[in-house]
Write a protein that binds this ligand. Sequence first.
Ligand code: GAL
Length: 136
Amino acid sequence: MASQKLALPYKTVINGPLKPGKGIIIQGVVNTDAYRMDFNLRHRFGIAFHYNPRFDENKVVCNTWAGQWNTEYSPAGMPFKKGQPFEVAINCTSYGYDIQVNGEQVSSFQHRFLQLDEIDVLDIRGDLQLTSIAQC
Ligand code: GAL
């Protein structure tokens, strides 16, 4: 049976609290004509982690939002390809977030929003097909 697609924008509650050791694994397929994809970990007042692969700029932008965007951070490389399946693992650590794409560590992002237990929503949108979400 073909895997069922999850509708976008996709929002789900993070089985919390978010804390070091918790991970979220997202599987999907990049649209063939993709522009950007947004993976957001949200709290009531903003975004604690915005992970934003940009095909138009051939890079990934990481940031936080709290009334306005903070300083962008772009890890080296662009691990996503248009039209290709992917797996993104976001692992919360005491330092921040470790990101693995297709099993390879691609970036770390230091915590800026420190009340981890208030980060309760995963929000995914943009130019992708979403296949599965797992939390561990
Ligand atoms: C903006 C963009 C937002 C977000 C932000 C991150 O330019 O419109 O979607 O990606 O950058 O800093």
